[in-house]
Ligand binder design. Sequence first.
Ligand SMILES: C[S@@+](CC[C@H](N)C(=O)[O-])C[C@H]1O[C@@H](n2cnc3c(N)ncnc32)[C@H](O)[C@@H]1O
Length: 378
Amino acid sequence: MLLPKLPLRPTKLFASATPPLFSTSSPPPPSPPPPPLKLPKPPLFLRPLISSATPTSLHSFHSWAKSLALSTPPDDPDPLDPNLLLRELQWLLQDATGDVGRSQNPDLVPLRADLGDLYGLWRERVLERRPFQYVVGCEHWRDLVLWVGEGVLIPRPETEVVVDLVKEVVIGRSGRGDGEEVWADLGTGSGAIAVGMGGVVGERGRVVATDLSEVAVEVARFNVERYGLKESILELKAYEGLTRVLVNWLAPWDKVQIRQGSWFEPLEDVKGKLTGLVSNPPYIPSRNLPGLQAEVGRYEPKLALDGGKSGMDHLIHLCEGSVSYLKPGGFFAFETNGDEQSEFLVDFMVSKLENNFRDVKAVADFAVIKRFVTGFRS
Ligand SMILES: C[S@@+](CC[C@H](N)C(=O)[O-])C[C@H]1O[C@@H](n2cnc3c(N)ncnc32)[C@H](O)[C@@H]1O
């Protein structure tokens, strides 16, 4: 029997004239994609050799750069130190040049930037006061060489002490307990403190670091990876019953993990569990920002410097947060602007956050300025 042909289900090419049952308004237009993140250039000394120059042309560059360094106007109220500039010139050349022995042409010096770019970089350094660390894209800090650039604070020598303070506590705690120890670095910037801590927190320790700035987070992640702290192997040991059979699991984990967000926000999973917490937050009173040295005020990120009206906004927030994020006996260390802020903070923690902390004290930096406030959660 011949079956009647079923009418084909019409394909809907046009919108129906009958109104839909729900939602009449047209969907909102898709939001434009966020602009791509502008990251600073990687450190000059890590860039590939892309160019070359004759020894004569390099010599001409050196003579020109030297005379520019020595020609800063005498009436400049904030002058550059010519001796420092001459040292920086040497470092710039060291970072920019490759090994002549590896060159195809023994008459040419291999370069990591075009010679024209080196002229431009040196002009920026001397005439526009761009920090040398941004010019070469790195800073030497403790035993590390860290990527830095616009958008990321250049780590300062005094901050190195924070890592020593942590190391002291880790040594003092060794042999105690056998669980994992989690340390936090809040406002990590280039990741300097976090990477430094990664090297001192011991086998059972790991570091979680936060920053609000997307650029800082990317730069810190790069520095963490470069020092091999991204994925480590955690060896968990367990004993099975009376036979005490040793079982080893090998699990990849981050020795230092960088998370984006404001202060404690990305740390919910470790709330109340931190063995230690450190921070070098922005602490410059807002009114002092216009008077900063040209290199700092013009180039370093305001987000890393501005501590609010008295400079204490972030420090107070961090002290208060430490009450709930540190575990009992947990250590803290905060960097401040110096004497007055440290004294204020010690007083604040002892009087306003009474019973929550013990052994709260100010600790001096290399220049005998009371730079840090340290103590323990009760
Ligand atoms: C003084 S810098 C210190 C950077 C780095 N720890 C060091 O010592 O070189 C302060 C850092 O705090 C970050 N920061 C500012 N506000 C923040 C916030 N609300 N949450 C997290 N980080 C913040 C800045 O981006 C900056 O990297």
